[in-house]
Design a binder for this molecule. Structure first.
Ligand SMILES: [Zn+2]
Length: 256
């Protein structure tokens, strides 16, 4: 709970400086999208994360009136307004879909399973080799290296479960971001930039086992499919030139 809920609000600002974003070209569409998706935020903050890395990143965090939308200076420097908007749509997806609370629930169960396994595995190994290893029992401090080894084994073997959980939420956020931001080309361009540190085209097995986010291939495919199926209205010749805001706005969804 500390990592997911409290640290982004109370700890992250200790290490970086958050300043209010003033450029209306960037700020206004983000706040419009926030309002359209029921996020109670009135400001967008820029955080100087270029001090730590050159990764592009953003987040929507907070609870009980501390909600805040922030994006890092790498995102502002390296991305177009369309790319920024689709990234913020993704982050808003995490917030609106309550991923933080679902994470807390999932990891509570996950750690319960980890400790249950640890208890069972310690009893089992000690009953076999406890005497030879001169460990008197589960309360003997000498059990610590064995406990660390068994927990590490548990976390290693369950890596794919964690990754599937995380990747599923990331894909949900991608889909939310496409619907909210309506910037499939921006999305694809950001996905390519993420190739800086995440393999773009892994084998499906590699993605299934080791990827905590969808691969670039999966994300770009989703963005282009969304574009094909949802943006045909933009290609229709129109007698009147559309105001720029129309380019961002939604084609009316057809009723099913
Ligand atoms: Zn995400």
């Amino acid at each position: 709970m500390f990592t997911a809920l409290i640290a982004p609000v109370y700890i992250a600002p200790l290490f970086n400086t958050y300043t209010k974003l003033t450029d209306p070209k960037i700020k206004d569409p983000i706040l419009s999208m926030a309002r359209a998706n029921g996020i109670p935020a009135t400001d967008v903050y820029e955080v100087d994360e270029s001090r730590q890395s050159n990764r592009v990143s953003a987040n929507v965090s907070g609870f009980w009136g501390t909600e805040r939308i922030s994006l890092n200076d790498n995102l502002l420097k390296r991305c177009t307004p369309e790319e920024i908007l689709t990234t913020m749509g993704h982050e808003m997806g995490h917030y609106v879909l309550n991923h933080v609370y679902k994470d807390i629930f999932f990891y509570a169960l996950f750690f319960l399973a980890a400790f249950a396994f640890l208890n069972w595995a310690l009893q089992w190994t000690l009953s076999r080799w406890g005497e030879r290893w001169q460990i008197r029992g589960i309360t003997d401090i000498a059990v610590l290296p064995l406990a660390a080894l068994l927990l590490a084994l548990f976390f290693f073997v369950t890596t794919p479960i964690n990754n599937i959980w995380s990747r599923t939420q990331e894909y949900e956020a991608d889909i939310f971001g496409l619907n909210a931001g309506r910037q499939p080309d921006g999305e694809a361009a950001v996905d390519l930039k993420l190739g800086d540190y995440r393999k773009l085209d892994p084998s499906p097995l590699e993605e299934f086992l080791f990827f905590d986010h969808p691969s670039g291939r999966t994300r770009i495919t989703a963005a282009m499919r969304w574009k094909k199926e949802n943006m045909s209205i933009l290609d229709e010749p129109s007698a009147e030139p559309k105001p720029p805001s129309m380019l961002r706005s939604a084609p009316t969804p057809q009723s099913p």
